[in-house]
Design a protein. Structure first.
Lengths: 368, 283, 283
């Protein structure tokens, strides 16, 4: 058992070796520390320079600056399950890679488990487990057990403990019976479990999970989320930072969520508070054959309507109408639509979801 | 609703597809300019290696001993011609088989496999591209060699050389099929391809005449069409070889056919077996 | 903040064994074809040179070679060259090339997020390479004895083993430096094959250094492989002592003393650069 679960706190290494406590077979450094911050970033920025094609290179065109992570300030508490939610290319993966020392920041600082990601990269890597969304993060020609044993040694586990630790993680994730199967023969879901097992090998206090359920079928995803929440986060007391572009996933799993768009955090709160941030009680979603500005402004003049968001998804005109009461204004809405020569091919009223909050804040959907 | 395509329409569509494949392959190459440079330089390096070795052993580009084996004293011209023709083989091996592998890596294989385009079309497209590409590289080889080494091979006969080498294309198709089948079954191919390329180079008269090989090895060479292409070209250029040009060309075409049939049969077998095991996407 | 486990020296070193084990046993067991290539590779390497040599010389002894190197028996000359080059290239592949090629499998980043020291990581690769190389040496020597009538001074075998030992360490520094370069180069796949071809050309495996153009000779003499080939020939064929190989040994030692720390620093610097540019995962 990790001493963290016993409620100990530790200090940065520079304060040791005044106190060295032994618990079981392991030696740990313990000192008091005031806060319970697991991950902290300060104005963290990562800029990529992209050149488009050979031609533009020849013409010496200026490189395009892409601010993948743009001045992010973030604090994640210990044992928290924290979600980074945003569309593809929002900078979620870059942020995780920065925190797991796979990228170096251009500006700002960050600490993971109290260690600076630049100055103490070894300690950071000792403190984390990472799964990437790539299917290829394991050796496909090796079995699950072989993969885990190999990586256990790279995580500097004590040789005598490797076997047991591999056994434990396989057991924990319920894939012990498939330990001798080659990774290439695993289903994508179970492959993801092996990747998670690998991340847990060194019993790290902090886990980074990049799109953990991407490409998995809904029923498997459900079980997998439960596993992450109940076993890894609650029973094993791991701090988890996960990225996702599935709203439900973030809603179900996370204690707190940061909306991230174009490299910036645009909102950060608990799922409940985020949803509460939309005062309106109901949302009418319409898929329209056409939508004009005149029509929108006329709709906005209706009494119970608070605001209207227009967005295009899959080449269709969508409109979200935020209102106190859908039933009181729906007749009027359809009246206006007909008057402007438009009609709705799809219509739904609903309670606000995280996606609505996201759309309201960024003006775009999660898929775009 | 599924519309029935008449045979003629289908053929013209497939031809159209070939054009797109050629375009795509060319674009892929253009993305990697340094790779083209590499393809141009690599075969020349192997010519240089043998040139240096020859210089180290006999001190010049002529060897009277070489004549007793090959029928010509000029070993340098002998190996340059051999190397130029061999480019067709290595492109074919690396090309078609490797293009499948490349697609696997890029994850596009399955999406190509499910399109209604006949696989033959895909292969024709890729192989045609490889053929044209090889001609270009072979031409450049002869050019570079003539510029740097003490030989002169630049004259109109070049086109005949490349023409004969182009006849290899059917056999290379067969070989391509064979290798693609191999990729489907064994996946990890790079090492193996390297090995087969070197093995073919070793047993055929690319860098030395057949007569220096031990008899059983030389016997294997008789079943490889490359041997006849090499002999035909050397005969045409008057660099050794005793048989008749037409005999060599005839044998080349016969083995072309055999390779094509055997290769495509093997490919079909491999494809079916891969589909059964669901192994098309795993690599 | 949660505690970090204290790591003993033994735990730092254990991964060396583990990496070597997986490199040697597991990864090869899973790729049966790879084992074949690994074993056949050096043979495919040496025979074309021997055959070409035979074709040019008509026999095994060369007066020109004797003039240039003091060695007249061509097969022995090539054999020793092949032993050293196959060792160095095996090492270069395991340490530098294979690792970079690994990156497209996506495991590269997984490894990078582990706390293991890169020095240790490369040590593991080195160890695996030592095992393979020992096999090559024994195998090629056997080929030399049974098929080539190799004329070796067996009493100098310990000298050659010492030489190879030095080569290993020197290649460690060299390999680190190359790895560093490959880390930030986007089309490293091409670069790897190009370096492979270039080194094969300028390392005097099948011919005396003297036949290379002067600038290439100078570059070649800067490579640890070249130094080891030259000194091994002096030792194993001419019967000189390893201690008479002053210049060659000095270069190898320089690589050990200078290139290991510098190479490591360079690698770490390039790694940092790669992390800045975000190209660590790019293939």
């Amino acid at each position: 058992m990790c001493p963290a679960q016993l409620g100990f706190k530790s200090l940065p290494r520079r304060h040791i070796p005044s106190q060295k406590t032994f618990i079981g077979s392991e030696a740990f450094y313990f000192v008091k520390s005031g806060d319970d911050i697991a991950i902290k970033t300060n104005d963290l920025t990562k800029i990529f320079l992209r050149r488009n094609s050979l031609m533009s290179r020849l013409k010496k065109k200026k490189k395009i600056e892409v601010r993948a992570v743009d001045g992010i300030d973030l604090e994640v508490h210990e044992r928290e399950l924290f979600g980074l939610l945003g569309p593809n290319g929002a900078g979620k993966t870059s942020l995780i890679k920065l925190l797991s020392t796979l990228l170096l920041p251009d500006k700002g600082t960050a600490s993971v488990n109290g260690w600076d990601i630049e100055k103490n990269s070894f300690e950071v890597r000792m403190s984390i487990g990472l799964t990437l969304s790539s299917e290829r993060q394991l050796y496909w020609k090796l079995s699950a057990q072989e993969n885990l044993e190999y990586f256990a040694s790279l995580y500097l586990l004590r040789p005598s403990e490797i076997r047991q630790r591999v056994e434990d993680t396989l057991e924990l994730l319920g894939i012990a019976d498939q330990r001798d199967m080659l990774i290439e023969n695993f289903s994508s879901g179970n492959r993801q479990k092996v990747a998670l097992a690998r991340a847990l090998l060194n019993d790290p206090p902090i886990l980074f999970l990049d799109e953990p359920t991407i490409g998995l079928d809904p029923s498997f995803s459900k079980g997998f989320r439960k596993l992450i929440k109940d076993r890894i986060n609650k029973s094993e007391s791991k701090t988890i930072l996960l990225t996702t572009h599935y709203m439900d996933e973030a809603d179900q799993l996370c204690n707190r969520i940061a909306f991230i768009n174009e490299g910036r955090i645009v909102a950060l709160d608990t799922p409940r508070n985020l949803k509460r941030s939309i005062d309106e009680k109901e949302i009418i979603t319409l898929n329209l054959t056409k939508a004009s500005d005149a029509m929108v402004s006329e709709l906005e003049r209706l009494e119970p309507i608070h605001s209207i968001e227009r967005y295009v998804q899959d080449d269709s005109n969508f409109m979200k109408i935020y209102t106190d009461s859908a039933s009181s204004c729906i007749q009027d809405i359809f009246g206006i639509l007909i008057k402007h020569g438009s009609h709705a091919t799809y219509y739904r009223t609903s309670k606000p979801t995280l996606e609505d909050v996201f759309i309201k804040i960024t003006g775009s959907g999660l898929d775009g | 609703m599924v519309s029935e395509l008449s045979k003629g329409v289908r053929l013209s569509r497939e031809l159209h597809t070939i054009r797109y494949i050629l375009k795509k392959e060319l674009k892929l190459w253009k993305r990697y300019p340094s790779r083209i440079l590499f393809i141009l330089i690599m075969p020349f390096l192997s010519i240089l290696t043998l040139y240096f070795q020859g210089m180290g052993l006999v001190g010049g580009t002529q060897s009277s001993e070489f004549e007793s084996f090959a029928g010509t004293q000029d070993y340098l011209v002998f190996i340059i011609l051999g190397s130029a023709v061999f480019i067709f083989v290595s492109t074919a091996i690396w090309g078609v088989g490797n293009s499948i592998r490349r697609e696997q890596m890029m994850g596009t294989l399955e999406s190509i496999w499910v399109t209604p385009t006949s696989k033959i079309t895909i292969f024709v497209g890729v192989a045609l591209f490889d053929g044209l590409f090889s001609s270009y590289v072979a031409f450049m080889q002869l050019l570079i060699s003539s510029l740097i080494l003490p030989v002169n091979l630049i004259d109109l006969r070049l086109f005949v050389i490349i023409g004969i080498a182009f006849l290899l294309i059917f056999a290379l198709y067969g070989l391509g099929f064979f290798f693609t089948g191999f990729v489907l079954i064994y996946k990890e191919l790079e090492d193996f391809t390297n090995m087969i390329t070197s093995a073919i180079k070793m047993v055929t008269p690319v860098s030395y005449p057949l007569s220096v090989l031990p008899a059983p090895v030389a016997f294997i060479a008789l079943f490889i069409p490359l041997t006849y292409a090499l002999q035909a070209i050397r005969k045409y250029m008057g660099v050794g070889e005793s048989g008749s040009l037409y005999q060599y060309l005839g044998l080349l075409l016969v083995f072309d056919l055999i390779f094509l049939v055997v290769g495509s049969l093997f490919f079909r077998y491999a494809e079916r077996s891969a589909k059964r095991r669901g192994a098309i996407a795993t690599y | 903040m949660q505690p970090i486990r204290d790591i003993s020296v033994r735990e730092h070193l254990y991964p060396v064994l583990s990496i070597a084990k997986y490199e040697l046993i597991v990864s090869n067991l899973r790729y049966p074809l790879r084992i074949v290539t690994r074993f056949v590779g050096p043979l495919l390497w040496i025979f074309p040179f021997l055959l070409f040599g035979k074709a040019v010389l008509g026999g095994t002894d060369s007066a020109t070679l004797y003039e240039l190197t003091g060695i007249s028996h061509m097969p022995t000359f090539i054999l020793v060259g092949t032993i050293i080059t196959s060792i160095s290239f095996n090492m270069l592949w395991l340490m530098s090339f294979a690792i970079r090629l690994e990156s497209f499998r996506g495991t590269f980043e997984s490894i990078y997020s582990c706390p293991i020291n890169k020095f240790t990581f490369f040590m593991g690769k080195l160890l695996a390479s030592v095992a393979w190389s020992s096999m090559y040496v024994v195998g090629l020597l056997a080929v030399g004895i049974f098929f080539l009538d190799a004329q070796l001074v067996w009493s100098r075998l310990p000298d050659m083993i010492l030489d190879i030992g030095l080569l290993f360490l020197a290649m460690y520094g060299f390999g680190l430096t190359i790895s560093g370069f490959l880390l930030v180069y986007k089309e490293s796949h091409t670069l790897i094959h190009f370096l492979d071809g270039l080194f094969s050309l300028i390392v005097p495996m099948a011919y005396p250094l003297a036949v290379l153009p002067l600038p290439l000779q100078k570059v070649s003499l800067m490579l640890p492989m070249t130094r080891s080939v030259l000194s091994s020939r002096n030792v194993m064929i001419l019967g000189e002592s390893i201690f008479e190989q002053g210049g060659h040994i000095a270069v190898l030692l320089a690589y050990i003393v200078v290139a290991i720390p510098l190479g490591y620093m360079f690698y770490m610097y390039m790694e940092k650069k790669a992390k800045k540019k975000g190209v660590l995962h790019k293939y």
